[in-house]
Design a protein around this ligand. Structure first.
Ligand code: EAX
Length: 329
């Protein structure tokens, strides 16, 4: 009798396991990746790669569709709100507005925090980056990987902007990021937050004088057509994130979650490399198109002018956290 019960239990256990197994292998899903950037931007090329890897490794059961140019939402804040509500599946975008949802993330957007790409990779791929990614959980996001937007430079139609003094009073579009806004305000500019999809036309009609973004964005969004000066300030490094809506994520079987998470990291290595390639070639291209690339920027002057903002956020986050980033080698 006892043996019968045990055999019966074993049988039903293995049947359960079998059922779970087949449910896993039958799981299908199509998810939309949304972004503000164009199909030529490394975000989009990285997202295509991400989708290819997932499709291949799930034998087509899980597929992604990429929606560029803010087609699913007006800006990155709206995309993040959509993730929380479950109306947007996947976000590929900057960390810029993420600090408004997951407060610890704001630390990466402090000006003059990262020295170079190598420093960036060590921090974001190390324990500090892992913790920041884990923290976004509380905001209703599932953080998959850090990609990159890049070091940001200042463009405008009025002055070379070698120093903040020269750029005084410029009406500058920024992201909805407290650290960026305070940094430009303390440096004497007039920061104006705005969704990316509105920036090109706002520059065209002169509602704003300038904007700040990495070289890849200046290139793929053709800002050289409408901006006279591009000053290579490199005032802040702008990471990018791949975030999944938790509402959607939680319905995906664990094995598939692992495939997706791994693919996001691999596609990120590809995306960062693309983003960093050919910067000098792109700068030459801007010059050919008539934009003055200001290479002799007085970086120390910019850093000094933004120091009060740095100190303010260093106080907020704690010296130990800032030092842990600065001292990463
Ligand atoms: O995430 O809004 C911006 O300036 C960002 O750099 C852009 O959307 C890329």
């Amino acid at each position: 009798m006892k043996r019968l019960i045990v055999t019966g239990m074993l049988l039903s256990f293995s049947m359960l396991a079998l059922a779970a197994d087949s449910a896993r292998n039958e799981f299908t899903g199509t998810y939309k990746i949304t972004m503000t950037q164009t199909p030529a931007h490394p975000y989009a090329l990285g997202a295509n790669k991400f989708g290819d890897l997932v499709k291949e490794r799930t034998k087509g059961r899980i597929q992604f569709k990429v929606f560029t140019d803010s087609t699913l939402a007006k800006g990155e804040r709206e995309m993040l709100e959509g993730l929380q509500q479950g109306t947007i599946d996947i976000y590929v975008g900057s960390t810029g507005p993420v600090g408004n949802f997951s407060p610890s993330m704001l630390i990466v957007d402090i000006p003059f925090l990262f020295r170079d790409n190598d420093h960036v990779d060590k921090v974001l791929d190390g324990p500090i980056g892992k913790q920041l990614l884990a923290d976004v959980d509380k905001a209703g996001f599932n953080g998959l990987a850090f990609w990159e937007n890049g070091f940001r430079h200042l463009s405008n139609n009025k002055v070379a902007a070698r120093t903040p003094d020269e750029a005084k009073g410029l009406k500058l579009r920024t992201m909805e990021n407290k650290a960026h806004m305070l940094a430009f305000k303390t440096a004497g500019l007039n920061p104006t937050p705005m969704a990316w999809s509105e920036v090109y036309s706002a520059l065209q009609v002169g509602v704003i004088d300038g904007q700040e973004n990495p070289i890849a964005v200046f290139y793929t969004s053709k800002l050289y057509e409408i901006q006279k000066y591009l000053a290579l300030t490199g005032h802040v490094y702008s990471p990018a994130l791949v975030l999944f809506s938790q509402k959607k994520w939680n319905r995906i079987p664990k094995e598939d979650q692992e495939i997706i998470a791994q693919a996001a990291v691999e596609a990120g290595i590809f995306e960062r490399k693309l983003n960093r390639d050919d910067e000098e070639k792109k700068l030459k291209y801007f010059e050919d198109k008539g934009t003055v690339v200001v290479r002799d920027v007085n970086k120390e002057a910019w850093q000094k002018a933004m120091q009060p903002a740095f100190d303010e956020f260093a106080r907020q986050f704690g010296k130990d956290k800032i030092d842990a980033i600065l001292q990463t080698r």
